[in-house]
Design a protein around this ligand. Structure first.
Ligand code: KIV
Ligand code: ZN
Length: 384
């Protein structure tokens, strides 16, 4: 498994915190950082220290709190950014500076009014400078998803020579298809001299709903780090969701990929981040959504009551959810009603169930959901 060990780089407190209107104060950031450390993330991106005094202070405090994870600070390929990040990270047990620059033609032309050669020079200078402060330097090639692969390989090779330990290949705009992103990683693995000295990292955005699929395509093609956030929060449509990639690797042992994450803490961590940011988790969110283990149609409920695995590919306990839910709606069948009635102490025989079910359907057609409190009233209305 050693070779299949995928590092989880959590950026909830940096890219995740870029969600409009969801800013966290230092106190909340420290609570989340502590929880991410317990969860087992390998790298914790604590912030962008030059961006504001508040972010600088949070990064400093996080470095003093965190016991296990590497703590990382983001910079642009700008000397002052790197100096400020190095200062913020100076108490970290395992510091990492994450520096980089846009490498796609639109970024080079419109953001920097520059050319490909000059961008390589800036990337090399930034990595070398960061390396004068810390041993562990990650380079990001912003908009790598839309960067020409031959040029991307050149810049990767140049920054490895300058000491980059990790190469982040962001699909910044969430544009790539999984095959395309996987092929990009494969191309770098096969064409960059010195690639074995560095770890390739996937950093995918979700503009087309492909962030998770692209990250998995990346690791299947040789990347060994995934950058992700709790609940998939982040800029625009968000980042790769941590809980999704972790559980995909865990539920597919045939892939021979795994992480250090304690999956039993996933649900509570999702709730913590959602509550701290005031950002509800969509009910149908994979792994941690309120409906991820809820069954409402009669056919599914009958199956799950007979054997959970008929309609669940994960054990809810494995992600910290106490149990699967059998939700009573007008689509539910007799088996679900009998099951829920039994759970609150009403054992119904076949004839009784037929009678109660008819009354149940009348109530269910009027309500979105039938709750435990409704069941005794339904039974009573049947004269039982
Ligand atoms: O999406 C992106 O390209 C980023 C980089 C700053 C790493 O977040
Ligand atoms: Zn990003």
């Amino acid at each position: 498994m050693a070779n299949g060990q995928v590092q989880i780089f959590d950026t909830t407190l940096r890219d995740g915190e870029q969600v409009p209107g969801c800013k966290l104060d230092t106190h909340n950031k420290l609570i989340i950082a502590q929880r991410l450390d317990e969860l087992g993330v390998d790298v914790l991106e604590a912030g962008f220290p030059i961006s504001s005094p508040g972010d600088f202070e949070s990064v400093v405090k996080i470095t003093r709190l965190i016991k296990n994870a590497r703590v990382c600070g983001l910079t642009r390929a700008v000397k002052k950014d790197i100096e400020v990040a190095a200062e913020a990270l100076k108490d970290a047990k395992k510091p990492r500076i994450h520096t980089g620059i846009g490498t796609s033609d639109p970024h080079i032309k419109y953001k920097f009014n520059s050319n490909r050669d000059k961008i390589i020079e800036r990337a090399v200078a930034a990595v070398s400078y960061a390396k004068s402060f810390v041993e562990d330097v990650e380079f990001y090639a912003e908009d790598a998803g839309r960067t020409d692969n031959v040029y991307l390989a050149r810049i990767c090779e140049a920054v490895i020579k300058s000491g980059a330990t990790v190469l982040n290949i962001p699909d910044t705009t969430g544009y790539c298809l999984p095959d395309e992103y996987g092929a990009k990683v494969k191309y770098l693995k096969e064409n960059v001299t010195g690639i074995d000295k560095a770890t390739l990292s996937c950093h995918c955005h979700n503009d087309l709903g492909l962030a998770t699929a692209n990250s998995i395509a990346g690791v299947l093609n040789g990347a060994r780090q995934i950058e992700c956030t709790i609940n998939g929060i982040g800029e625009r449509a968000g980042n790769t969701s941590l809980e999704e990639v972790v559980m995909i690797m865990r539920q597919h042992p045939d892939l021979n990929l795994d992480t250090n994450i304690n999956s039993k803490l996933l649900y509570s961590t999702s709730q913590l981040v959602s509550e701290s940011m005031g950002m509800p988790v969509q009910p149908n969110k994979a792994v941690v959504g309120a409906n991820a283990f809820a069954h409402s149609s009669g056919i599914h409920q009958d199956g799950v009551i007979k054997k959970r695995e008929t309609y669940e590919i994960m054990d809810p306990h494995d992600v910290g959810v106490t149990e699967s839910a059998i939700v009573l709606t007008a689509r539910s069948g007799r088996a679900a009603l009998a099951y829920r009635a039994k759970n609150i102490g009403f054992e119904l025989d076949k004839l009784q169930l037929d009678k109660v079910y008819k009354q149940f359907l009348k109530v269910a057609d009027q309500q979105k959901e039938v709750n435990d409190e409704d069941i005794p009233k339904i039974i009573e209305a049947c004269g039982l």
